[in-house]
Design a protein around this ligand. Structure first.
Ligand SMILES: Cc1cc2nc3c(=O)[nH]c(=O)nc-3n(C[C@H](O)[C@H](O)[C@H](O)COP(=O)(O)OP(=O)(O)OC[C@H]3O[C@@H](n4cnc5c(N)ncnc54)[C@H](O)[C@@H]3O)c2cc1C
Length: 490
């Protein structure tokens, strides 16, 4: 099947759905959304592990134009966020635009026709004037190649591909990793497994989680007087925004928050030997800051062990650590996160002159303009692209800023009757120099850790350095002078 469309959107998470809504809002109905899975929802469809929830309050972690007065908790669980996204798709009648089970395998820019030619694994082809990639920053599970894993005869799966048919009751379970997902699912399963060995490489900073049910009267108030919900959302936004000071301006400010986290650790872990293993030796914020009230207590269960020696070998029914201790296990659960800086290696995008985007980024480092456009790749737009992730606030805020920006770019094309919009190399270079200058001052570089925010050269290609309102201000209006607009050859 071949189809020509004006705008082709990839992905149906917050990014793809938000973009589709914006297109409809401005009267553009000639667009198609491609989704590789059988359902929409992205992160919130894939991550169904026990205990999965957002870690930015739901009143902020949702679209600003589609507030949900019915959130049942401060930090909604996966099912509720998944339902919210499904509700959004229904309300804005997005489903007719979505092609499910359609995985984009490549995109080539046709310099003559000034169009993107997109191919899918299913053999369909699309031609589009603009291509918007909302493929997600955290969606390709990162499964470490543990030595000897091929000999393991038990069950092994990643937290984002949770096997709900596999009953863990009474099983000996190994958990690899103590990141954001692991600290959510460990307390939910620790009580029913026979034993649990948690392999920790680096301890995370963990803050208390200010979670609670949202009362009926609060929900009624939010429904009856939407401005109260808006005010609460703003309160959450500015409270979180203030923490950017410690991340980006002066990492020393983090000492205050570290004090809170250390008191939390002391209160929840009475055993000093275990506490020592759990105390991070880097500045808070260098890696993602986690929130939990039940992870530390779960480590105190008699059937749970925290192993800080590395995995050196996997055998048929066991894991051997670097101290030579053999741990017998039936199941291995990877809480090892996602391919982030290398997630672009999976994209096969060829721009002007057949330049391969992934290859260019591997050789020269990942550079974009505001994480949205890339010089030499006209009419291609990223949502939640490089250096627009956050450690302190809701990425939906960033996604909405990007959607607005892309919408303006499309309007610019129309206004100038242009066929091609390409960001100037100088604008991109200048932006990246400033970006990296700021990032090197921040906690991600100064904090004394190695994180998934950094590429193999130690350069931060993931987070936005600091305040999100700055990003909003700077992307509020597209500077036409930063772009070359070209009309189609006659
Ligand atoms: C467990 C978990 C909890 C999180 N909690 C928070 C939080 O509290 N606050 C926060 O700000 N962020 C959080 N995040 C980050 C989260 O990923 C983003 O907030 C947001 O959901 C990203 O939306 P997205 O649409 O950009 O990407 P995704 O939700 O990842 O959606 C991408 C979509 O693109 C599809 N796709 C990818 N490649 C292709 C292809 N080649 N062809 C077709 N379709 C494709 C995928 O199937 C998917 O549906 C969390 C992430 C995880 C994993």
């Amino acid at each position: 099947m071949h189809r020509t469309t004006k705008v082709l959107v990839i992905g149906t998470g917050f990014s793809g759905l938000g973009m589709a809504i914006e297109l409809k809002r401005r009267g553009e109905h000639d667009f198609v959304v491609l989704e590789k899975a059988a359902d929409l929802g992205g992160t919130w469809r894939d991550n169904s592990y026990p205990g999965c929830a957002c870690d930015v309050p739901s009143h902020m972690y949702s679209f600003s134009f589609e507030m949900n007065p019915k959130w049942s908790r401060m930090f909604a669980k996966q099912g509720e966020i998944f339902d919210y996204l499904k509700h959004v798709a229904e309300k804005y009648r997005l489903r007719p635009h979505i092609r499910f089970n359609t995985k984009v395998s490549g995109a080539q820019w046709d310099d003559e026709a000034k169009r993107w030619n997109v191919t899918t694994e299913q053999g369909d082809t699309y031609t589009a004037q603009a291509l918007v990639a909302g493929v997600g920053a955290l969606h390709i599970p990162n499964v470490p190649e543990l030595p000897g894993i091929e000999n393991f005869s038990g069950k092994a799966f990643h937290s984002a591909q949770w096997d709900h048919d596999h009953d863990l009751t009474g099983k000996r379970v190994a958990v690899i990793g103590t990141g954001a997902s692991a600290i959510q699912f460990v307390p939910k399963i620790a009580g029913r497994v026979a034993s649990m060995k948690i392999f920790q490489r680096t301890p995370p900073w963990i803050m208390p989680k200010a979670d609670r049910e949202i009362n009926g009267w609060e929900q009624k108030l939010f429904r009856a007087l939407p401005f109260t919900q808006r005010a609460y959302r703003n309160f959450v936004y500015w409270t979180r925004e203030s923490s950017a000071l410690g991340f980006a301006v002066n990492p020393k400010i983090m000492q205050f928050a570290q004090g809170i986290a250390l008191r939390h650790l002391k209160k929840q872990v009475p055993d000093p030997a275990l506490r020592r293993k759990l105390k991070p030796d880097y500045t808070m914020g260098c890696k993602r800051v986690l929130i939990s009230n039940d992870f530390y207590p779960a480590l105190g269960y008699p059937n749970v062990d925290l192993v800080t020696d590395k995995v050196s070998e996997v055998r048929e029914k066991s894991i051997v650590d670097s101290a030579g201790v053999e741990h017998e296990v039936d199941v291995i659960i990877y809480g090892t996160g996602f391919h982030v800086v290398d997630s672009f290696d999976y994209l096969d995008i060829q721009g002007k002159g057949g330049v391969d985007l992934a290859k260019q980024w591997r050789q020269e480092g990942i550079e974009t303009y505001y994480g949205i456009t890339v010089s030499g790749f006209p009419n291609l737009f990223f949502l939640l692209g490089p250096n627009t992730g956050l450690g302190h606030n809701s990425v939906v805020f960033m996604i909405e800023s990007q959607i607005r920006y892309i919408s303006q770019c499309l309007q610019l094309l129309e206004k100038h009757r242009a066929a091609e919009l390409d960001v100037r190399v100088e604008a991109q270079q200048e932006f990246n120099e400033e970006l990296q200058r700021k990032l090197t001052k921040g906690v991600w570089t100064q904090g004394g850790c190695k994180s998934w925010y950094l590429d193999a050269q130690g350069v931060n290609r993931t987070v936005w350095p600091g305040f999100t309102w700055r990003y909003w201000m700077r992307t509020k209006r597209v500077r036409a002078e930063d772009y070359v607009l070209t009309t189609a050859a006659r």
